[in-house]
Design a binder for this molecule. Structure first.
Ligand code: PLP
Length: 475
Protein backbone atom coordinates (compact mmCIF):
# COMPACT_ATOMS: atom_id res chain seq x y z
CA UNK A 1 0.00 0.00 0.00
CA UNK A 2 1.22 3.52 -0.76
CA UNK A 3 2.47 5.57 2.24
CA UNK A 4 -0.07 8.25 3.23
CA UNK A 5 1.69 11.63 2.54
CA UNK A 6 0.87 14.32 5.12
CA UNK A 7 0.39 17.78 3.54
CA UNK A 8 3.34 19.30 5.43
CA UNK A 9 5.62 16.80 3.73
CA UNK A 10 5.75 17.63 0.01
CA UNK A 11 3.90 19.61 -2.59
CA UNK A 12 2.06 21.67 0.03
CA UNK A 13 0.38 23.59 -2.77
CA UNK A 14 -2.58 24.55 -0.63
CA UNK A 15 -0.25 26.92 1.26
CA UNK A 16 1.10 28.57 -1.92
CA UNK A 17 -0.39 31.82 -3.18
CA UNK A 18 -1.33 31.82 -6.86
CA UNK A 19 -1.45 34.79 -9.21
CA UNK A 20 -4.69 33.45 -10.66
CA UNK A 21 -6.84 30.29 -10.71
CA UNK A 22 -4.95 28.80 -13.66
CA UNK A 23 -1.85 28.41 -11.50
CA UNK A 24 -3.91 26.33 -9.04
CA UNK A 25 -4.69 23.68 -11.67
CA UNK A 26 -3.34 20.16 -11.46
CA UNK A 27 -1.64 18.25 -8.63
CA UNK A 28 -4.90 16.67 -7.58
CA UNK A 29 -4.81 14.11 -4.77
CA UNK A 30 -4.77 10.32 -5.04
CA UNK A 31 -7.39 8.87 -2.69
CA UNK A 32 -7.67 5.22 -1.59
CA UNK A 33 -11.06 3.55 -2.13
CA UNK A 34 -12.01 1.29 0.77
CA UNK A 35 -15.81 0.71 0.85
CA UNK A 36 -16.62 -0.12 -2.78
CA UNK A 37 -13.56 -2.41 -2.75
CA UNK A 38 -14.52 -4.21 0.44
CA UNK A 39 -13.15 -7.79 0.44
CA UNK A 40 -10.70 -7.09 -2.42
CA UNK A 41 -6.95 -7.31 -1.63
CA UNK A 42 -5.83 -5.22 -4.61
CA UNK A 43 -5.49 -1.52 -3.63
CA UNK A 44 -7.52 0.89 -5.78
CA UNK A 45 -6.88 4.65 -5.79
CA UNK A 46 -8.93 7.47 -7.26
CA UNK A 47 -7.10 10.30 -9.06
CA UNK A 48 -9.34 13.10 -7.83
CA UNK A 49 -9.45 15.51 -10.75
CA UNK A 50 -13.03 16.37 -9.78
CA UNK A 51 -11.36 18.43 -7.02
CA UNK A 52 -9.72 20.66 -9.62
CA UNK A 53 -10.90 24.36 -9.54
CA UNK A 54 -13.14 23.83 -12.58
CA UNK A 55 -14.38 20.53 -11.21
CA UNK A 56 -13.14 18.11 -13.85
CA UNK A 57 -10.26 16.32 -15.59
CA UNK A 58 -10.82 18.67 -18.53
CA UNK A 59 -9.30 21.52 -16.51
CA UNK A 60 -5.97 20.18 -17.72
CA UNK A 61 -6.56 20.96 -21.38
CA UNK A 62 -8.23 24.42 -21.52
CA UNK A 63 -5.13 26.52 -20.87
CA UNK A 64 -2.77 24.49 -23.12
CA UNK A 65 -5.27 24.74 -26.01
CA UNK A 66 -5.55 28.53 -25.56
CA UNK A 67 -1.79 29.02 -25.22
CA UNK A 68 -1.13 26.93 -28.35
CA UNK A 69 -3.55 29.08 -30.37
CA UNK A 70 -1.92 32.25 -29.01
CA UNK A 71 1.58 30.96 -29.90
CA UNK A 72 0.34 30.15 -33.41
CA UNK A 73 -1.01 33.70 -33.69
CA UNK A 74 -4.53 32.36 -34.24
CA UNK A 75 -5.99 33.83 -31.07
CA UNK A 76 -5.51 37.57 -30.68
CA UNK A 77 -6.52 39.90 -27.81
CA UNK A 78 -10.33 40.29 -27.57
CA UNK A 79 -10.81 37.13 -29.59
CA UNK A 80 -13.49 34.45 -29.25
CA UNK A 81 -13.05 30.80 -28.31
CA UNK A 82 -15.63 28.43 -29.83
CA UNK A 83 -15.87 24.81 -28.70
CA UNK A 84 -18.10 21.74 -28.87
CA UNK A 85 -18.32 20.38 -25.34
CA UNK A 86 -20.19 18.08 -22.96
CA UNK A 87 -19.63 20.91 -20.50
CA UNK A 88 -16.37 20.24 -18.72
CA UNK A 89 -13.99 21.40 -21.46
CA UNK A 90 -16.17 24.48 -21.77
CA UNK A 91 -15.62 25.24 -18.08
CA UNK A 92 -11.88 24.78 -18.47
CA UNK A 93 -11.73 27.07 -21.51
CA UNK A 94 -14.00 29.61 -19.81
CA UNK A 95 -11.59 29.82 -16.85
CA UNK A 96 -8.65 30.50 -19.19
CA UNK A 97 -10.77 32.98 -21.18
CA UNK A 98 -11.79 34.81 -17.99
CA UNK A 99 -8.15 35.34 -17.02
CA UNK A 100 -7.01 36.22 -20.55
CA UNK A 101 -10.00 38.34 -21.60
CA UNK A 102 -11.50 36.21 -24.38
CA UNK A 103 -15.20 35.60 -25.17
CA UNK A 104 -16.59 32.07 -25.34
CA UNK A 105 -19.24 30.34 -27.45
CA UNK A 106 -20.01 26.74 -26.48
CA UNK A 107 -22.06 24.20 -28.42
CA UNK A 108 -23.58 21.44 -26.30
CA UNK A 109 -25.82 18.42 -27.10
CA UNK A 110 -29.25 18.65 -25.40
CA UNK A 111 -28.72 15.46 -23.36
CA UNK A 112 -26.28 17.30 -21.06
CA UNK A 113 -27.53 18.32 -17.63
CA UNK A 114 -29.15 21.66 -16.87
CA UNK A 115 -26.47 22.26 -14.25
CA UNK A 116 -23.76 22.15 -16.90
CA UNK A 117 -25.67 24.52 -19.17
CA UNK A 118 -26.13 27.01 -16.32
CA UNK A 119 -22.49 26.64 -15.28
CA UNK A 120 -21.21 27.77 -18.68
CA UNK A 121 -23.63 30.68 -18.74
CA UNK A 122 -22.39 31.63 -15.26
CA UNK A 123 -18.95 32.12 -16.83
CA UNK A 124 -20.58 34.56 -19.27
CA UNK A 125 -20.39 32.23 -22.27
CA UNK A 126 -22.92 32.11 -25.12
CA UNK A 127 -24.47 28.65 -25.25
CA UNK A 128 -25.86 26.89 -28.35
CA UNK A 129 -27.81 23.67 -27.70
CA UNK A 130 -27.97 21.06 -30.48
CA UNK A 131 -29.89 17.76 -30.77
CA UNK A 132 -28.04 14.72 -29.32
CA UNK A 133 -29.52 12.04 -31.54
CA UNK A 134 -28.02 13.17 -34.89
CA UNK A 135 -25.23 11.29 -36.72
CA UNK A 136 -21.69 12.76 -36.79
CA UNK A 137 -22.10 13.85 -40.44
CA UNK A 138 -25.30 15.82 -39.75
CA UNK A 139 -25.01 19.66 -39.98
CA UNK A 140 -26.63 19.96 -36.51
CA UNK A 141 -24.09 17.61 -34.93
CA UNK A 142 -22.46 19.70 -32.16
CA UNK A 143 -18.93 19.51 -33.57
CA UNK A 144 -20.13 20.65 -37.01
CA UNK A 145 -22.19 23.47 -35.52
CA UNK A 146 -19.21 24.69 -33.46
CA UNK A 147 -16.89 24.62 -36.48
CA UNK A 148 -19.43 26.61 -38.52
CA UNK A 149 -19.81 29.25 -35.79
CA UNK A 150 -16.01 29.57 -35.47
CA UNK A 151 -15.68 29.97 -39.25
CA UNK A 152 -18.38 32.66 -39.30
CA UNK A 153 -17.05 34.61 -36.28
CA UNK A 154 -14.25 37.14 -36.89
CA UNK A 155 -11.11 36.72 -34.72
CA UNK A 156 -12.35 33.38 -33.37
CA UNK A 157 -10.71 30.01 -32.93
CA UNK A 158 -12.28 26.55 -32.85
CA UNK A 159 -10.65 24.88 -29.81
CA UNK A 160 -11.47 21.52 -31.38
CA UNK A 161 -10.56 19.28 -28.42
CA UNK A 162 -11.33 16.13 -30.48
CA UNK A 163 -8.47 16.87 -32.94
CA UNK A 164 -6.23 19.22 -30.98
CA UNK A 165 -2.97 17.46 -29.96
CA UNK A 166 -2.61 19.94 -27.09
CA UNK A 167 -5.28 17.75 -25.40
CA UNK A 168 -3.41 14.42 -25.06
CA UNK A 169 -0.09 16.29 -24.74
CA UNK A 170 -1.37 18.03 -21.60
CA UNK A 171 -2.06 14.67 -19.97
CA UNK A 172 1.31 13.32 -21.18
CA UNK A 173 3.15 16.28 -19.62
CA UNK A 174 0.94 16.68 -16.54
CA UNK A 175 -1.50 13.99 -15.43
CA UNK A 176 0.78 11.03 -16.27
CA UNK A 177 3.83 12.31 -14.32
CA UNK A 178 1.64 13.17 -11.30
CA UNK A 179 0.18 9.65 -11.16
CA UNK A 180 3.63 8.05 -11.61
CA UNK A 181 5.09 10.17 -8.80
CA UNK A 182 2.13 9.72 -6.42
CA UNK A 183 2.26 5.91 -6.87
CA UNK A 184 6.08 5.99 -6.64
CA UNK A 185 6.15 4.10 -9.92
CA UNK A 186 4.19 1.18 -8.43
CA UNK A 187 1.12 1.64 -10.62
CA UNK A 188 0.12 -1.58 -12.46
CA UNK A 189 -3.28 -0.59 -13.94
CA UNK A 190 -4.68 2.78 -15.10
CA UNK A 191 -8.43 2.98 -15.76
CA UNK A 192 -10.23 5.97 -17.31
CA UNK A 193 -13.09 6.90 -19.60
CA UNK A 194 -12.69 8.18 -23.16
CA UNK A 195 -14.53 11.28 -24.33
CA UNK A 196 -11.92 12.68 -26.68
CA UNK A 197 -9.43 10.00 -25.62
CA UNK A 198 -7.03 12.74 -24.55
CA UNK A 199 -6.65 11.50 -20.96
CA UNK A 200 -6.14 7.81 -21.78
CA UNK A 201 -3.78 8.60 -24.71
CA UNK A 202 -1.60 11.12 -22.83
CA UNK A 203 -1.42 9.24 -19.52
CA UNK A 204 -1.14 5.90 -21.36
CA UNK A 205 1.82 7.07 -23.47
CA UNK A 206 3.62 8.46 -20.41
CA UNK A 207 3.08 5.40 -18.20
CA UNK A 208 4.00 2.97 -20.99
CA UNK A 209 7.27 4.89 -21.50
CA UNK A 210 7.99 4.48 -17.79
CA UNK A 211 6.92 0.83 -17.59
CA UNK A 212 5.44 -0.89 -20.63
CA UNK A 213 3.83 -3.55 -18.40
CA UNK A 214 1.39 -1.00 -16.94
CA UNK A 215 -2.06 -1.97 -18.24
CA UNK A 216 -4.12 0.87 -19.71
CA UNK A 217 -7.85 0.11 -19.51
CA UNK A 218 -10.68 2.09 -21.05
CA UNK A 219 -14.09 2.17 -19.36
CA UNK A 220 -16.85 2.85 -21.87
CA UNK A 221 -20.66 3.18 -21.84
CA UNK A 222 -22.75 0.48 -23.53
CA UNK A 223 -23.69 2.10 -26.88
CA UNK A 224 -20.22 3.57 -27.58
CA UNK A 225 -18.24 2.22 -30.55
CA UNK A 226 -14.81 1.90 -28.88
CA UNK A 227 -14.77 -1.69 -27.62
CA UNK A 228 -15.53 -2.98 -31.10
CA UNK A 229 -13.03 -0.50 -32.60
CA UNK A 230 -10.23 -1.76 -30.35
CA UNK A 231 -11.03 -5.42 -31.05
CA UNK A 232 -11.70 -5.26 -34.80
CA UNK A 233 -10.60 -1.82 -36.01
CA UNK A 234 -14.13 -1.37 -37.36
CA UNK A 235 -16.05 1.87 -36.71
CA UNK A 236 -19.56 0.67 -35.85
CA UNK A 237 -22.85 2.49 -35.32
CA UNK A 238 -23.08 4.25 -31.95
CA UNK A 239 -26.25 4.09 -29.85
CA UNK A 240 -27.32 6.79 -27.40
CA UNK A 241 -26.64 6.39 -23.68
CA UNK A 242 -27.11 8.66 -20.65
CA UNK A 243 -23.64 8.84 -19.12
CA UNK A 244 -22.10 12.21 -20.01
CA UNK A 245 -18.60 13.11 -21.19
CA UNK A 246 -17.39 9.70 -22.28
CA UNK A 247 -18.07 7.23 -25.07
CA UNK A 248 -17.88 7.87 -28.79
CA UNK A 249 -19.88 7.60 -32.00
CA UNK A 250 -16.84 8.41 -34.16
CA UNK A 251 -13.05 8.11 -33.74
CA UNK A 252 -11.41 11.50 -32.96
CA UNK A 253 -7.84 12.56 -33.73
CA UNK A 254 -6.97 12.71 -30.03
CA UNK A 255 -7.46 8.98 -29.38
CA UNK A 256 -4.16 7.07 -29.67
CA UNK A 257 -5.68 3.60 -29.40
CA UNK A 258 -2.22 1.98 -29.56
CA UNK A 259 -1.74 2.86 -25.88
CA UNK A 260 -5.00 1.16 -24.82
CA UNK A 261 -4.74 -2.50 -23.83
CA UNK A 262 -8.38 -3.21 -23.13
CA UNK A 263 -11.84 -1.60 -23.15
CA UNK A 264 -14.73 -2.75 -20.97
CA UNK A 265 -18.34 -1.58 -21.35
CA UNK A 266 -20.66 -0.62 -18.48
CA UNK A 267 -24.41 0.10 -18.53
CA UNK A 268 -25.77 3.52 -17.53
CA UNK A 269 -27.56 1.89 -14.60
CA UNK A 270 -24.36 0.40 -13.11
CA UNK A 271 -22.40 3.60 -13.78
CA UNK A 272 -24.95 5.75 -11.98
CA UNK A 273 -25.33 3.30 -9.11
CA UNK A 274 -21.55 3.25 -8.59
CA UNK A 275 -21.32 7.07 -8.71
CA UNK A 276 -24.00 7.21 -5.99
CA UNK A 277 -22.16 4.61 -3.90
CA UNK A 278 -18.88 6.55 -4.20
CA UNK A 279 -20.69 9.62 -2.91
CA UNK A 280 -22.56 7.85 -0.08
CA UNK A 281 -19.91 5.34 1.01
CA UNK A 282 -16.56 6.97 0.09
CA UNK A 283 -17.65 10.62 0.40
CA UNK A 284 -16.47 11.27 -3.16
CA UNK A 285 -19.13 13.45 -4.80
CA UNK A 286 -18.63 12.47 -8.44
CA UNK A 287 -20.41 12.19 -11.77
CA UNK A 288 -21.59 9.28 -13.88
CA UNK A 289 -18.46 8.75 -15.97
CA UNK A 290 -16.53 8.17 -12.74
CA UNK A 291 -19.09 5.50 -11.89
CA UNK A 292 -18.31 3.84 -15.23
CA UNK A 293 -14.57 4.01 -14.54
CA UNK A 294 -14.64 2.78 -10.93
CA UNK A 295 -16.99 -0.09 -11.85
CA UNK A 296 -14.29 -1.36 -14.24
CA UNK A 297 -11.45 -0.64 -11.79
CA UNK A 298 -13.16 -2.65 -9.02
CA UNK A 299 -13.85 -5.52 -11.45
CA UNK A 300 -10.18 -5.64 -12.47
CA UNK A 301 -8.99 -5.34 -8.85
CA UNK A 302 -11.19 -8.30 -7.91
CA UNK A 303 -9.86 -10.36 -10.83
CA UNK A 304 -6.16 -9.75 -10.22
CA UNK A 305 -6.55 -10.17 -6.43
CA UNK A 306 -2.99 -8.98 -5.68
CA UNK A 307 -2.08 -6.81 -2.68
CA UNK A 308 1.12 -5.67 -4.43
CA UNK A 309 -0.68 -4.41 -7.49
CA UNK A 310 -1.85 -0.79 -7.73
CA UNK A 311 -4.95 0.25 -9.68
CA UNK A 312 -5.56 3.97 -10.35
CA UNK A 313 -8.96 5.19 -11.59
CA UNK A 314 -9.72 8.72 -12.81
CA UNK A 315 -12.35 10.55 -10.76
CA UNK A 316 -13.40 12.78 -13.62
CA UNK A 317 -15.93 15.38 -12.54
CA UNK A 318 -18.03 16.81 -9.74
CA UNK A 319 -21.38 15.25 -8.84
CA UNK A 320 -22.95 18.67 -8.44
CA UNK A 321 -23.39 18.73 -12.20
CA UNK A 322 -25.83 15.87 -11.97
CA UNK A 323 -28.03 16.84 -9.02
CA UNK A 324 -31.08 16.85 -11.30
CA UNK A 325 -30.06 13.50 -12.75
CA UNK A 326 -28.13 10.57 -11.23
CA UNK A 327 -28.01 12.20 -7.83
CA UNK A 328 -31.80 12.65 -7.87
CA UNK A 329 -33.76 9.64 -6.53
CA UNK A 330 -36.79 10.78 -8.48
CA UNK A 331 -34.88 10.90 -11.79
CA UNK A 332 -33.22 7.56 -11.09
CA UNK A 333 -36.57 6.00 -10.29
CA UNK A 334 -38.20 7.43 -13.39
CA UNK A 335 -35.40 5.98 -15.45
CA UNK A 336 -35.50 2.68 -13.58
CA UNK A 337 -31.91 3.02 -12.55
CA UNK A 338 -32.32 2.68 -8.84
CA UNK A 339 -31.20 -0.51 -7.15
CA UNK A 340 -34.26 -2.51 -6.20
CA UNK A 341 -33.32 -1.88 -2.57
CA UNK A 342 -33.84 1.81 -3.12
CA UNK A 343 -37.30 1.67 -4.73
CA UNK A 344 -39.77 1.86 -1.88
CA UNK A 345 -43.32 0.52 -1.83
CA UNK A 346 -44.73 3.97 -1.14
CA UNK A 347 -43.41 5.07 -4.54
CA UNK A 348 -45.12 2.15 -6.28
CA UNK A 349 -48.40 3.03 -4.52
CA UNK A 350 -48.14 6.70 -5.52
CA UNK A 351 -47.75 5.65 -9.11
CA UNK A 352 -50.94 3.58 -9.16
CA UNK A 353 -53.32 5.94 -7.34
CA UNK A 354 -56.51 6.38 -9.38
CA UNK A 355 -58.87 9.36 -9.28
CA UNK A 356 -61.86 7.08 -9.69
CA UNK A 357 -61.14 4.65 -6.84
CA UNK A 358 -60.11 4.63 -3.16
CA UNK A 359 -56.43 3.72 -2.53
CA UNK A 360 -57.45 0.37 -1.05
CA UNK A 361 -60.53 -1.39 -2.44
CA UNK A 362 -61.76 -3.73 0.27
CA UNK A 363 -65.01 -5.21 1.59
CA UNK A 364 -66.37 -5.90 5.05
CA UNK A 365 -66.68 -9.55 6.12
CA UNK A 366 -70.43 -9.24 6.67
CA UNK A 367 -71.09 -8.34 3.01
CA UNK A 368 -72.50 -10.79 0.48
CA UNK A 369 -70.83 -12.51 -2.47
CA UNK A 370 -72.93 -10.42 -4.84
CA UNK A 371 -71.72 -7.18 -3.22
CA UNK A 372 -68.12 -8.38 -3.51
CA UNK A 373 -68.45 -9.28 -7.21
CA UNK A 374 -70.11 -5.98 -8.10
CA UNK A 375 -67.41 -4.09 -6.16
CA UNK A 376 -64.69 -5.89 -8.15
CA UNK A 377 -66.56 -5.22 -11.36
CA UNK A 378 -67.11 -1.53 -10.46
CA UNK A 379 -63.37 -0.91 -10.01
CA UNK A 380 -62.20 -3.56 -12.47
CA UNK A 381 -60.08 -5.35 -9.90
CA UNK A 382 -59.72 -9.12 -9.60
CA UNK A 383 -58.76 -9.53 -5.97
CA UNK A 384 -59.73 -7.70 -2.76
CA UNK A 385 -59.09 -8.11 0.98
CA UNK A 386 -61.98 -8.84 3.35
CA UNK A 387 -61.83 -6.77 6.51
CA UNK A 388 -63.38 -6.84 9.93
CA UNK A 389 -62.75 -3.35 11.22
CA UNK A 390 -59.10 -2.78 10.47
CA UNK A 391 -58.24 -6.48 10.73
CA UNK A 392 -57.91 -8.55 7.53
CA UNK A 393 -60.07 -11.66 7.80
CA UNK A 394 -59.27 -13.13 4.38
CA UNK A 395 -59.22 -12.35 0.66
CA UNK A 396 -61.29 -12.89 -2.45
CA UNK A 397 -60.23 -13.48 -6.01
CA UNK A 398 -62.73 -12.91 -8.77
CA UNK A 399 -61.85 -16.06 -10.65
CA UNK A 400 -62.36 -18.42 -7.69
CA UNK A 401 -65.49 -16.63 -6.57
CA UNK A 402 -67.06 -16.79 -10.03
CA UNK A 403 -66.35 -20.52 -10.23
CA UNK A 404 -68.14 -21.04 -6.93
CA UNK A 405 -71.11 -18.95 -8.00
CA UNK A 406 -71.38 -20.72 -11.35
CA UNK A 407 -71.46 -24.02 -9.43
CA UNK A 408 -74.05 -22.77 -6.90
CA UNK A 409 -75.83 -19.54 -8.04
CA UNK A 410 -77.69 -19.27 -4.75
CA UNK A 411 -74.32 -18.43 -3.23
CA UNK A 412 -74.68 -14.89 -4.56
CA UNK A 413 -76.70 -13.76 -1.57
CA UNK A 414 -74.64 -15.68 0.99
CA UNK A 415 -72.35 -13.89 3.47
CA UNK A 416 -68.69 -13.92 2.42
CA UNK A 417 -67.49 -15.95 5.43
CA UNK A 418 -67.74 -19.26 3.55
CA UNK A 419 -65.84 -18.04 0.48
CA UNK A 420 -62.75 -16.52 1.94
CA UNK A 421 -59.23 -17.32 0.74
CA UNK A 422 -56.10 -16.73 2.80
CA UNK A 423 -55.44 -13.15 3.84
CA UNK A 424 -52.89 -11.32 1.69
CA UNK A 425 -49.47 -10.89 3.29
CA UNK A 426 -48.56 -7.30 4.05
CA UNK A 427 -45.51 -5.06 3.95
CA UNK A 428 -44.66 -1.62 5.42
CA UNK A 429 -44.76 1.25 2.92
CA UNK A 430 -41.00 1.83 3.26
CA UNK A 431 -40.23 -1.78 2.34
CA UNK A 432 -38.13 -2.08 -0.80
CA UNK A 433 -38.98 -3.38 -4.23
CA UNK A 434 -36.63 -6.28 -3.52
CA UNK A 435 -38.82 -7.44 -0.62
CA UNK A 436 -41.93 -7.11 -2.76
CA UNK A 437 -40.45 -9.03 -5.67
CA UNK A 438 -39.45 -11.74 -3.17
CA UNK A 439 -43.10 -12.16 -2.15
CA UNK A 440 -44.34 -12.38 -5.72
CA UNK A 441 -41.64 -14.79 -6.87
CA UNK A 442 -42.62 -17.05 -3.98
CA UNK A 443 -46.17 -17.22 -5.34
CA UNK A 444 -48.13 -14.43 -3.65
CA UNK A 445 -50.69 -12.69 -5.90
CA UNK A 446 -51.11 -9.46 -3.94
CA UNK A 447 -49.69 -7.61 -0.96
CA UNK A 448 -51.39 -5.21 1.42
CA UNK A 449 -49.40 -2.13 2.35
CA UNK A 450 -49.29 -0.81 5.94
CA UNK A 451 -48.58 2.69 7.24
CA UNK A 452 -48.56 3.23 10.98
CA UNK A 453 -50.35 -0.10 11.60
CA UNK A 454 -53.16 0.65 9.14
CA UNK A 455 -53.70 -0.87 5.64
CA UNK A 456 -53.38 1.92 3.08
CA UNK A 457 -53.03 0.13 -0.23
CA UNK A 458 -52.59 -3.06 -2.21
CA UNK A 459 -49.93 -4.12 -4.70
CA UNK A 460 -50.43 -6.82 -7.31
CA UNK A 461 -47.98 -8.58 -9.65
CA UNK A 462 -49.38 -6.38 -12.41
CA UNK A 463 -48.25 -3.22 -10.58
CA UNK A 464 -44.68 -4.51 -10.35
CA UNK A 465 -44.67 -5.63 -13.96
CA UNK A 466 -45.98 -2.22 -14.97
CA UNK A 467 -43.16 -0.50 -13.04
CA UNK A 468 -40.48 -2.75 -14.53
CA UNK A 469 -41.75 -2.18 -18.07
CA UNK A 470 -42.87 1.45 -17.89
CA UNK A 471 -40.51 2.92 -15.26
CA UNK A 472 -41.81 6.15 -13.75
CA UNK A 473 -44.87 6.51 -15.96
CA UNK A 474 -48.08 6.40 -13.99
CA UNK A 475 -50.59 3.62 -14.71
C1 PLP B 1 -17.12 13.72 -17.14
C2 PLP B 1 -16.02 13.32 -18.06
N1 PLP B 1 -15.36 12.25 -17.84
C3 PLP B 1 -14.35 11.84 -18.66
C4 PLP B 1 -14.01 12.49 -19.76
C5 PLP B 1 -12.97 11.93 -20.70
O1 PLP B 1 -11.93 12.67 -20.93
P1 PLP B 1 -11.18 12.68 -22.34
O2 PLP B 1 -11.88 13.64 -23.20
O3 PLP B 1 -9.80 13.12 -21.95
O4 PLP B 1 -11.21 11.32 -22.92
C6 PLP B 1 -14.72 13.59 -20.02
C7 PLP B 1 -14.44 14.27 -21.24
O5 PLP B 1 -15.11 15.15 -21.61
C8 PLP B 1 -15.72 14.03 -19.13
O6 PLP B 1 -16.45 15.12 -19.35
Amino acid sequence: MLPIVMPLDIHDRSRRVHANVLEALGDTPLIRLTKVTRGIRTPVYGKADYLSPGGSVKDRIGLPIVEKAEEAGLLKPGGTIVEATAGNTGTSLAMAAAIKGYRCVFVMPDKMSLEKQRLLKAFGARLVITPTAVPPDHPDYYLNTAKRIADETPNAIFANQFYNRANPDAHYRWTGPEIWEQTRGKITHFVTGMGTGGTISGVGRFLKEKNDRVRIVGADPVGSILEQYLETGEVGEGKTYMVEGIGMDKIPGTLDIEYVDEIRQVTDRLSFQMARRLTREEGLFVGGSTGTIVTVAVEIAREIDDADACVVAMLCDLGERYLSKLHSDEWMRENRMLEEEEVEVRYLLERKTRDDAPPLIMIEADATVREALSLMEKYNVSQIPVMEGDQQRGSLSEGALLNRVLAEPEALDSPLAGYLEDPFPSVEEDASMKVVVGHFTSGESALLVRRGGRYVGILTKFDILHYLTNGGQRR
